[in-house]
Design a protein around this ligand. Sequence first.
Ligand code: GTP
Ligand code: MG
Length: 220
Amino acid sequence: MKMASSDSRLQQLPSQKDAADQNFDYMFKLLIIGNSSVGKTSFLFRYADDSFTSAFVSTVGIDFKVKTVFPALLEPDDTAGQERYRTITTAYYRGAMGFLLMYDITNQESFNAVQDWATQIKTYSWDNAQVILIGNKCDLEDDRLIPTEDGQRLAEDLGFQFFEASAKDNINVKQVFERLVDVICDKMNESMEGDMSILPNHRNQGLKDSSSDSQGSCAC
Ligand code: GTP
Ligand code: MG
């Protein structure tokens, strides 16, 4: 069950029933995590709706959108970064196949917190969950506090892939989601010999609808 949100923009989200009505081979549940205000909700809205607002309405609990990347349905869930919702959000980790762990390149605290978020993933998530580290707000070059190399180094240390991105200027948003799907598929092929039926959210409904609102494809 999804938590209600204080964010009026999220009233426009498709219902979970809409998602269930679609036909797709696989469902990849993804979580976007990171400190409050790093841009998780903005990133999701840019990806799913190609929209952006400079207003900041902090997320309560969890919200979600769905997006088809043929032949999979992505369910990227947007989590609240505020500490008081931590118990709610960690309860969702187990079902997620991939994480977008986000910090803000203009916010040192959000970068310092990456290690803690990574520990949370290791503690609460499915063992094979894949993670991409994202330095968001790369449009704010003048206010940058975290050099690109520091983000790269941290991602290497943690064994994650790394992107800098901007929800505002639509830089690397689609690419991040597509890369995450790719690494999930690669991991499946590599460690489970392509047996997708072991996925936590696998559905075998038959493939009817080949339409996709993304150019990304799954090369599983
Ligand atoms: P919580 O819901 O509290 O966890 O925060 P959040 O991570 O969802 O942050 P949100 O997406 O609400 O964005 C916080 C603020 O940062 C908003 O004012 C956004 O407009 C702004 N913002 C988000 N992404 C970007 C970006 O790429 N560039 C710039 N310049 N601002 C951004
Ligand atoms: Mg939010």
